[in-house]
Ligand binder design. Structure first.
Ligand code: NAP
Length: 471
């Protein structure tokens, strides 16, 4: 029987609830010819993935995309199952038994490593840890960052590195207007950090951050920005790149503006952009804490693929710092029983179709977002990416119907979850939690005050359920 008709609707399990997951559901529902149902499974009780836990709290306008996700969630063809870990509460086999297809949209939750001595010293953190902590991710509320030090170093030149630096220097009174986690706000109020040094291993033209984000530093009240003009001397290859690539040129112009701008006041916290330097070792004090970073100066050389890559010159210096954030990109983590490409940190796939290295394409299994293409692009990039995956899935419907001729039951998964005692969170439950957070924020003029632990989240959910169940 054909899959995707009202008599035999296509039932899809989407694993994850971030932008890639939501855009996958949207792409499915947009197909007028297709009768589809989508169930979303998310490890945390709260939906929206990096929009809630990654996007910086002072970037509320970016979070407005949750309105699109709310609209998708209100669609009668959609169900949300939060607080459900696929690989623990439900296996891949359970999902294949209950659905026609699975789309993995689990993102890239781990961080890439630098691979240098001292990386694991006290005071050396991944940027992701810090981001999750200030955003109130329930698994990171207990993290501690020694903000009593004078100087922090952020390794990397992407937008996450800028987020980390900006949060470290923004006035806590400004942050108090956002939905930053209360524990982070409290700690940042006591911060003694005066200088944040960003280390780019390549030059200003090759920086991965985007210009609107770079421009924000010039607008931060009471924050200085320092760039050494000598760091803006371009080699011939970079000069051509700056000429040809608009975004790179714009970044360069902004950095030049900072370099030629006013010298920051002595007591202003300052962000320093350094280029063509790589950390080669984190140095320890007598108690195993970071006391500095040994960095090596680089020059750029043309690689086989035509890009300009950093090469160490042997010239070194030591940068004193009590806190180091490694912000060199995210990395995917494997899901139990699902193929994984360790080298690339993604689920191997062909245009969204999961590929097992031994047996080839796995019919009925798909992938979307960062776990498909790696941790690149902005939120909107996932829309096109999800559409490609849904195109592949729809092309496969006939083959799918041969493999799963019987209609999948819409109750199967709920029965499994109830049997296994999984206290899953519905979208209605999340709405109740959302309302509580927003209501807590209102008297303080904040978009919300986040509930930051799973037990507290579940308490709110249970209270709301009890109110709903009252006759
Ligand atoms: P990213 O954009 O990939 O940047 C990673 C940075 O780390 C690059 O500058 C890279 O330099 C550097 N790096 C990698 N390995 C290194 C090493 N061993 N030593 C020194 N530096 C190293 O990653 P991200 O900042 O984590 O951001 C992830 C994605 O989210 C990006 O697409 C980003 O644009 C997006 N994002 C967007 C926003 C926003 O729009 N506001 C905010 C946050 C994140 P090379 O270029 O030399 O490799």
């Amino acid at each position: 029987m054909k899959i995707g008709t009202e008599d035999r609707p296509l039932r899809v399990a989407i694993v994850g609830a971030g932008p890639a997951a939501y855009f996958t559901a949207e792409a499915l529902f947009k197909r007028k010819e297709l009768a589809a149902r989508a169930d979303m499974f998310n490890r945390l009780p709260t939906p929206y993935g990096l929009v809630r836990d990654g996007v910086a709290p002072d970037h509320q306008s970016i979070k407005a995309v949750t309105r699109v996700f709310e609209r998708i969630s209100a669609d009668p063809r959609f169900r949300y199952f939060g607080n459900v870990t696929v690989g623990r509460d439900l296996s891949r086999a359970d999902l294949l038994g209950a659905y026609d297809a699975i789309v993995y949209a689990v993102g890239a939750p781990a961080d890439r490593r630098l691979g240098i001595p001292g990386e694991d010293l006290l005071g050396s953190h991944s940027a992701t840890e810090f981001v999750w902590w200030y955003n109130g991710h329930p698994e990171f509320t207990e993290c501690e960052f020694d903000l009593s030090v004078q100087r922090a170093v952020v390794v990397g030149n992407g937008n996450v590195a800028l987020d980390v630096a900006r949060i470290l220097v923004t006035s806590p009174d400004e942050l108090a207007r956002t939905d930053i986690a209360d524990h982070a706000l409290e700690a940042l109020r006591e911060s003694r950090i005066r200088e944040v040094v960003l280390l780019g291993r390549r030059g200003p033209v090759q920086a991965a951050f985007s210009s609107p984000e770079l421009k924000e530093f010039g607008k931060l009240e009471g924050v200085g920005v320092k760039v050494d003009l000598a760091d803006l001397d371009l080699d011939a290859g970079s000069a051509i790149e700056a000429e040809e690539e608009r975004a790179a040129r714009r970044n360069y112009e902004l950095l030049e503006g900072y370099a030629r701008g006013e010298t920051p006041a002595d007591d202003d916290p300052t962000v320093v952009f350094r280029f063509l330097v790589s950390p080669v070792e984190l140095l320890a004090d007598g108690e195993g804490r970071v006391r500095g970073v040994r960095v090596e100066r680089n020059r750029l050389v043309r690689a086989e693929d035509g890009s300009l890559r950093p090469r160490g010159t042997g010239e070194e210096e030591i940068l004193e710092a009590g806190l180091v954030f490694r912000s060199v990109g995210y990395r995917g983590v494997p899901l139990p029983d699902v193929p994984f490409d360790e080298r690339r940190g993604i689920i191997p796939n062909e245009a969204g179709r999961v590929v097992d290295p031994d047996s080839g394409v796995l019919l009925r299994e798909y992938v979307s977002g960062w776990c498909k293409r790696g941790p690149t692009g902005i939120i909107g990039t996932n829309k096109k990416d999800a559409a490609e995956t849904v195109d592949a899935l729809v092309e496969d419907l006939e083959a799918m119907a041969r493999e799963v001729p019987e209609e999948r039951s819409s109750d199967a998964v709920e029965m499994l979850l109830v049997e296994r005692g999984v206290d899953y969170v519905s979208f209605e439950d999340w709405r109740a939690l959302d309302e509580v957070e927003v209501a807590r924020g209102e008297p303080q003029g904040r978009p919300r005050v986040k509930v930051c632990t799973i037990p507290e989240m579940m308490e709110v959910v249970h209270e709301a359920r009890a109110r709903r169940d009252k006759p």
